[in-house]
Write a protein that binds this ligand. Structure first.
Ligand code: ADP
Ligand code: MG
Length: 301
């Protein structure tokens, strides 16, 4: 009797394996063929970029990602920073991983196969590992070196509503891959005067990519981070920021909040760590504001 049960269980396993390996892929391909909407449902790829460190890129990638997921979206965060702050901040132990974004970008493994789950059901992460520090050197001599991330995301972009790319604090080849892979660029700007330095160079880089490599990449907007109402951002500074972004500074301003700084050490987004905090509410509003812009991006039929 026991043996029969075991045999049945063995058969079930075999069928399951067969299903995941062959049938699932075939069904996915068929669904894409049968439902062209699926094929055009590519999801939005948003790169979080600013060559300055410590301006809130990673905090924005994690918490915007978490609230987009809470709003029912399927979200993937791609950690493109060798420091792996987004990876550890969302609770994935990168020390325990054998492969990550480095191998996926170099085409040694499929992006699909490195994706890790998080505590949010519809939020996943393509983790960074320390190996990523060597990516620049690997890429330098390659053909189409600025397209490598773009190419590695092609097979999974229809699996997600949003892919958020957390870029490192440089304007080097890795960030260039982050910009080329994106449909839209989100720029966190720390609410203090010197944070505006370098914005010109950043926008110039995006414009160069638009002119020469990806004509359809756009600036989604700037989001003010670490805003402290006690040291009000002077009118001058806001005026200055409007010069760079005349139409697209997000209404949701992210306040300076200790809870936002504490959450990553617990491997939790602010949505799970302290959903009632000011920082949580701000990222929730930002997620909704970004979802509202989906309508503007609908192709005309
Ligand atoms: N709104 C905020 N309030 C308080 N601390 C913040 C806020 N945003 C980010 N931080 C903290 O500031 C530091 C830099 O933020 P981070 O998101 O890592 O920046 P980046 O990715 O641009 O280098 C981190 O320690 C982070 O926890
Ligand atoms: Mg970072």
């Amino acid at each position: 009797m026991l043996n029969v049960k075991r045999t049945i269980r063995g058969c079930e396993k075999l069928v399951n394996r067969f299903y995941t390996i062959f049938i699932q892929d075939a069904l996915e391909a068929l669904a894409l063929y049968a439902y062209p909407w699926e094929a055009t449902h590519m999801g939005r790829i948003i790169s979080v970029v600013n060559q300055k460190g410590g301006v809130g890129k990673t905090t924005t990638a994690i918490n915007l990602g978490a609230y987009l997921a809470e709003e029912g979206k399927f979200v993937l965060i791609v950690d493109l920073d060798p420091q792996a702050n987004a990876t550890s901040g969302i609770g994935v132990d990168f020390q325990a991983l054998e492969q990550g974004v480095y191998e996926a970008v170099l085409g040694q493994v499929r992006m699909k196969d490195i994706v890790q789950p998080t505590a949010h059901q519809t939020l996943r992460i393509a983790p960074a590992t320390p190996a990523l520090a060597g990516l620049n050197v690997e890429l330098v001599d390659m053909d189409r070196r600025e397209y490598k991330l773009h190419e590695s995301l092609l097979e999974i972009r229809h699996d997600y509503d949003y892919i958020l790319i957390d870029c490192p604090p440089t304007l080097g080849l890795i960030t260039l891959n982050g910009i080329v892979a994106a449909d839209e660029i989100l720029i966190p700007v720390q609410a203090e005067y010197y944070a505006l330095e370098g914005l010109g160079q950043l926008l110039e880089t995006v414009n160069l990519v638009k002119a020469r490599i990806r004509p359809d990449v756009d600036i989604l907007g700037a989001v003010l981070t670490m805003y402290d109402s006690r040291t009000k951002l002077s009118d001058d500074v806001l005026q200055e920021l409007y010069k760079y972004f005349p139409r697209n500074i997000f209404r949701s301003v992210i306040p300076r909040s200790v809870r936002l700084a504490e959450a990553p050490s617990f491997g939790r987004s602010i949505a799970m760590f302290d959903a009632s905090s000011k920082g949580a509410k701000a990222y929730e509003r930002l997620a909704r504001e970004i979802i509202e812009t989906e309508l503007e991006r609908m192709p005309a039929v």
